[in-house]
Design a protein around this ligand. Sequence first.
Ligand SMILES: C[S@@+](CC[C@H](N)C(=O)[O-])C[C@H]1O[C@@H](n2cnc3c(N)ncnc32)[C@H](O)[C@@H]1O
Length: 327
Amino acid sequence: MQGSATHPCLMSVRDLLPPSSDQFREDVLHGLRLPEKELPCKYFYDARGSQLFEQICDLDEYYLTRTELAIMDRHAGEMADVFGRKCLLIEYGSGSSIKTRLLLDHLKEPVAYVPIDISREHLTESALNLAEQYPQLKIMPLCADFANLPSLPANGKSARKAVYFPGSTIGNFTRDEAIGLLRQTARLCGLGGRLLLGADLKKDPRVLEAAYNDDKGVTAAFNLNLLVRINRELEGDFPIDRFWHHAFYNPTQGRIEIYLISQVAQRVRVAGEVFQFSEGEPIRTEYSYKYSIDGLREMAAAAGFEVKHGWTDDRNNFLVLYLAVRF
Ligand SMILES: C[S@@+](CC[C@H](N)C(=O)[O-])C[C@H]1O[C@@H](n2cnc3c(N)ncnc32)[C@H](O)[C@@H]1O
């Protein structure tokens, strides 16, 4: 990997994703063939999806981003202290790396920063912006599925691994999947490894539901953009105006569930295959689990982490947990 002349510390993006269209096609066709149709939420994030997510973060209803940012703003110094000097900072689902800047402002001599994201263009642009703001920081962007990492970058192998996983992206995984992901993280980090995990807490369902059903319809556009992407990349013919966005809180499961609902009975073609929809039939596109502090503690323990500390906001809406590898 090479740095550029203008940003010598910024390495070019390393790609660990399989040829994207192959995997995307396989996953979409698999999901649409299921008796209860579903599509993996990681595919929301093409270039347009990433832009729409940035807009979601600015919505009044979407308390998550501003609440986590406020926690970071208040406590980033303590968080950087627990990561210690000369750590290798790795971020899962780095997006625009906005929250990371607060950490970077306090971290002492980080060996390098490895932003990992599935959204290639957004990752490239964010890394470039970051390189302008932090010219001394070695940035090694990795375009990959963080849930499927064979290893961490060899560079900085001897440094203490510090993983930052904000945005409550962990909430997109079922409990078993989340434990698997955390276990992989503990294994990759090894002894001395640290994890800073941002997680959304349980609260009034009206507040939760408003966050995923904004008045401006940005979340609906974000959800529907997945069909636009399928049409473009997989020769699909989803009529976008014949599906609608539906999101609600399931209190039994403790999660927001997001669907695309077929407004009418219709047939849709994707990659040469025909799929039948009945009127009102849903495609599940996302889960977003909401946690109790005890639930998170138990999940972390099952994955080989010990909860060392947690920072929350005045209303206990969101939690940033500091976990250390136990074995
Ligand atoms: C909810 S957003 C959070 C963005 C940012 N970290 C924040 O806190 O605002 C999720 C981010 O993770 C990325 N992402 C989602 N699933 C991913 C996966 N399986 N592997 C890598 N990146 C993923 C998306 O592209 C997006 O940037």
